[in-house]
Design a protein around this ligand. Structure first.
Ligand SMILES: [Zn+2]
Ligand SMILES: [Zn+2]
Length: 173
């Protein structure tokens, strides 16, 4: 489990050098945040936020992302409202391309742990990680299927916080 954010491993967390685009502080860690931020003059969905601004009621995920995450949470958890709320105040760690998705296992979001180091590692990912695509997907092919992405950063890796399950998502950018 990440020490700063429950669902993002420390190694997979991205920080920003820029001042917080909402309050201007340069003190403490700042994180990328994509969404709607009340009181932030930054004219873009891409913000940089300090911890105080990030974990406040000023931030909201883009509507289609929030809706997509809610649909996943309603399908795979017993407490969708609480899961959607925790996603609202998470920093941006990867870009969702028109389909909001994040694996759920043991009634909780899995922890995002980053990407394979290289294509050799990506090839072996299906042996240890089940595919996730709006749900658990394709388990029967895990042993033989090779994952050969154009970009290893398109492969997103997750681990359940409650059991040994691991998942990968392919998110072409
Ligand atoms: Zn701030
Ligand atoms: Zn689990």
């Amino acid at each position: 489990m990440g020490t700063r954010f429950r669902y993002i491993a420390d190694v997979a967390l991205k920080t920003a050098d820029d001042a917080c685009t909402r309050c201007g502080t340069t003190t403490g860690p700042r994180y990328p945040y994509w969404g709607e931020v009340t009181g932030d003059p930054h004219d873009s969905i891409e913000h940089v936020l300090c911890t105080d601004c990030l974990q406040s009621n000023a931030v909201a995920r883009l509507a289609w992302e929030a809706d997509g995450l809610r649909a996943i949470a309603e399908k795979f958890s017993t407490r969708p409202a609480s899961l959607v709320e925790t996603q609202r105040v998470l920093p941006h760690v990867f870009t969702m391309n028109g389909q909001a998705d994040w694996p759920i296992c043991c009634d909780d979001w899995c922890e995002f742990t980053g990407h394979p180091a290289d294509r050799d590692e990506a090839r072996d990912i299906p042996k240890s990680h089940q595919e996730w695509n709006n749900g658990p997907y394709g388990t029967e092919f895990n042993a033989v299927y090779e994952l050969l992405p154009e970009l290893v950063s398109d492969v997103l890796l997750f681990e359940c916080l409650g059991c040994d399950n691991k998942f990968h998502m392919h998110n072409p950018t």
